[in-house]
Ligand binder design. Structure first.
Ligand SMILES: [Zn+2]
Length: 314
C-alpha cells in the first residue's frame, strides 16, 4: 500500500505485454484492480484463431496471473480499430465476440473506435456498439492519435446515434483539446499518462485543477511500447503533492473507474476487499508463475515489499 493508504485502479493496462515485476510494483503501490482492453499486438494477426486465443487469455491465464500477485484482473473484449481494416478477418472476429463478451470478468466492449478513421473502422465500430447495447455492457473507446479532436467528437456522436447512453461510454486517451467536449456531453473522460509525452502527469494535475474530478479517470495504457505501469500511482502522488484533495484523487484514480465499469455488473469493490489470500502454489492449465526452487507466497493479502519502498515511487 502507498503512504496515503489509497486504493487505486488502473482501468487501461495491457498486462499481457508486461512482466511479473510490474505486477509486484503495481500491487505495492496500491493498485487493487486493473482492466485490460483487447488491443493489437504490434504483429498483425492473420487468423481468427489468434484472436480467439488472445481473448481466452484475457479471461483466463492473465486473470490468473494477476491473482498470483494480489490484483483483480478484468478485461474488455473487442476488435481493435487498426485490425478492423482487415475486413476478411474482421468478419470472423465479429462472430467470436458474442462468445466472449458475457464471460466472467468482462466489464465492457473495448477498446474500439477509430485509428485512421477509415470506412472499415467505422463499420466495425458501429457493429460493436450494437453488440454492447445488446448485452448492456459499457464501451471503452480508443480515440485516434491523429486528428484527435475530430475523431473523438465523431466517436461520441456515432455512439449517441446508436442509442448508447453517455454514462455507458468511457472515452480514452483524452487531452486538453478534447476534455471539455467529452465532459460536456456527459461521457467519462479517461486520460492516458505516457512517460516523456505532452500528456504527462504534470499536465494531468492541471486538468483536474481546472475540470475537477467528476467523470475523469487516469490510466497507464502500458503495453509493449514505451510506457509506465506505475502511471496511476505516480499521478496520484503528484496530485496530492500539488494540493488536490484526497477525495478528488480517490475519484480520479479509483472510484470513477469502478463507477463506470461497475455498470457491467461484473466489478465490485468486494472482489478485492474480500479476495482470497494469494496462493502461488496454484496452477492454471498446469502452469504456475513460479520457476525452479522459488518459494511461493501463500496466505498473504499483499505481497512482501522486497527491496522496493512501499511508498508511491516517482
Ligand atoms: Zn490500449
Amino acid at each position: 500500500m502507498n503512504t496515503y493508504n489509497l486504493m487505486l485502479i488502473d482501468p487501461h493496462v495491457h498486462m499481457t505485454s508486461r512482466t511479473t515485476d510490474d505486477y509486484e510494483r503495481m500491487r505495492q503501490a496500491g493498485i487493487m484492480a486493473i482492466i485490460e482492453p483487447a488491443f493489437w499486438l504490434g504483429q498483425p494477426r492473420t487468423e481468427a484463431g489468434a484472436f480467439k486465443d488472445y481473448f481466452s487469455s484475457l479471461v483466463g491465464w492473465e486473470r490468473f496471473r494477476a491473482s498470483q500477485f494480489g490484483i483483480k484482473h478484468y478485461c474488455t473484449i473487442g476488435l481493435n480499430s487498426k485490425e478492423a481494416n482487415n475486413e476478411a478477418l474482421a468478419e470472423q472476429v465479429m462472430e467470436l465476440l458474442p462468445l466472449f463478451v458475457c464471460k466472467e470478468g468482462v466489464v465492457g466492449v473495448g477498446e474500439i473506435g477509430y485509428d485512421d478513421q477509415t470506412v472499415a473502422e467505422d463499420k466495425y465500430y458501429r457493429l460493436q456498439l450494437e453488440l454492447a447495447k445488446e448485452v448492456n455492457l459499457p464501451v471503452q473507446i480508443h480515440t485516434p492519435h491523429r486528428d484527435k479532436k475530430a475523431g473523438t467528437i465523431r466517436s461520441m456522436e456515432v455512439s449517441l446515434e446508436h442509442g448508447i447512453a453517455p454514462d455507458m461510454v468511457i472515452v480514452d486517451h483524452n487531452n486538453e483539446e478534447t476534455v471539455k467536449d467529452v465532459l460536456d456531453r456527459g461521457f467519462w473522460a479517461a486520460f492516458t499518462i505516457y512517460p516523456n509525452t505532452k500528456m504527462g502527469n504534470e499536465r494531468m494535475v492541471e486538468i483536474v485543477k481546472q475540470y475537477g474530478s467528476e467523470r475523469i479517470m487516469v490510466n497507464s495504457a502500458a503495453d509493449w511500447g514505451i510506457s509506465d505501469a506505475l502511471s496511476v500511482p505516480k499521478t496520484a502522488s503528484l496530485m496530492l503533492e500539488r494540493g488536490i484533495s484526497l477525495e478528488d484523487v480517490r475519484k480520479v484514480c479509483y472510484q470513477n473507474a469502478l463507477g463506470a465499469f461497475g455498470k457491467s455488473g461484473q466489478m465490485h469493490e468486494s472482489d478485492w476487499l474480500a479476495a482470497s489470500p494469494i496462493d502461488q502454489r496454484e496452477k492454471f492449465s498446469g502452469s504456475s508463475v513460479l520457476r525452479g526452487g522459488q518459494t511461493p507466497v501463500v496466505g498473504e493479502k499483499i505481497i512482501p515489499s522486497g527491496e522496493l519502498d512501499s511508498n508511491i515511487v516517482r
